[in-house]
Design a protein around this ligand. Sequence first.
Ligand SMILES: *Cc1c(COP(=O)(O)O)cnc(C)c1O
Length: 363
Amino acid sequence: MAKYDRVYNFSAGPSMMPLPVLEEAAAEMFNYKGTGQSVMEMSHRSAEFKAIIDQAERDLRDLLSIPDNYKVLFLQGGGTLQFSMVPINLMNGSGKADYIVTGNWAKKAFTEAKKFGDVRAAGSSEDANFTYIPRLTRKDFREDADYVYICYNNTIFGSHFQEIPDTGDIPLVADMSSCFLSEEVDVSRFGMIWAGAQKNVAPAGLTIVIVREDLIGKAPENTPVYLDYETHAKKDSMYNTPPCYAIYMAGLVFQYLKKLGGLSAMHEIDVRKAKKLYDYLDSTDFYKTTVRPEDRSLMNVVFVTGNPDLDKKFVAEARENGLINLKGHRLIGGLRASIYNAMPEEGVDALIAFMKRFEEENR
Ligand SMILES: *Cc1c(COP(=O)(O)O)cnc(C)c1O
C-alpha cells in the first residue's frame, strides 16, 4: 500500500478493488493491447470490446460453474433497479411472491414488489432489529408463489444466510450484491441471482444478473422494453451501450480470482480475515456486536462501543490512521468494517491493532 500511499477503505460500496487489477487497468489505460485507445473510448460494437465482454462472461461462468440453462446479463440501474425488475419479470404466474425480510435492502425490495402483485413477508427479523436470519422451511412459503426472494448478505446489518432456504419447486431469487464471489454458490439452487458490482466486483454502474432461461420472457406486454430481461438476454447485454468500462474492470477481477485459485481460495482468505476480526470483538467487552454469531456476515462486520460520541471519535481517529469509512450506516449508526474480497489481510490486521489501541486509550 505504501507504494501509492493508499488507505485501507472499509466502505460498504463503492469499495476497494484488488491492487493488481488497478495496476493492470492503469497499464492499459492509454493503449489497450495495441489498439491505440483506452477501453473507455472503445466502441461497444468493436471486435475488441466484444472479446472483453465475452471473456468476462466465460470467466464468470467458470468461477461460479454457472449451468448452461442460465443467462448472464450485464445491466445498469444499480442494485435498486432489480427491486422493480424482479417482480415485473417474475411475478406473472399466480401473481404472488414471498419475501424474507432480513434488513433494509430486503425491505426495500419487498416494498417495491408490492406495487406489482400479492406480496407477503414469509419471514422477517425486523422484530429484533434485523439481528438474525429467520430459518424457514418449505411449508412457510405459499405453494403457488411465483418466487421466493432473499437478500443473501445484509450489508447494513451485517448478517448472512448460512443455508440456502429450501423452497422446493418455487424459484428462489437472491440479492447477492454484498457477498458475490466471496464463496462458492450452487447456482442451480436459485432461479435468479443478482449483484450490484460496486460492493465486491467492480466500479459502480454495473449490475450482474444470472437468471434461469425459463424465467425469461414472461413480462407483461406493457413492460418498458429496457426493464424486460428478455430484451437484454436476446442481445447478449448489448441492446444498447452497456457499462463498458465497468464490465472490463469486472473482467479483470474475474481473471484475478481465477489466478488466485477460484472462489474456494478466495473464501478461505475471507473466512480468515473475518475470523480474526470477530475473534477480537468477542475477546473484549469494549466493543459489542449485535448480530447472532451464527448469522454473521464475512463481508460486513457491524459493531458499536455503546457510546455514540465514542463511535464518532473512533471513526475520526481511524481516518487519521489511514483506516477510512468505518462509520455505520446512517440507519443504525455505530461502526461497520466492510472487508470485501479486495481488502488485504494487512488491512484487517491494521484495523485490529488500531482497535486495541483505541480501547486502551478510551476504556
Ligand atoms: C448496495 C446494495 C443494494 C443497492 O445498490 P445500488 O446499486 O446502490 O442500487 C442492494 N442490495 C444490497 C444487498 C446492497 O448491498
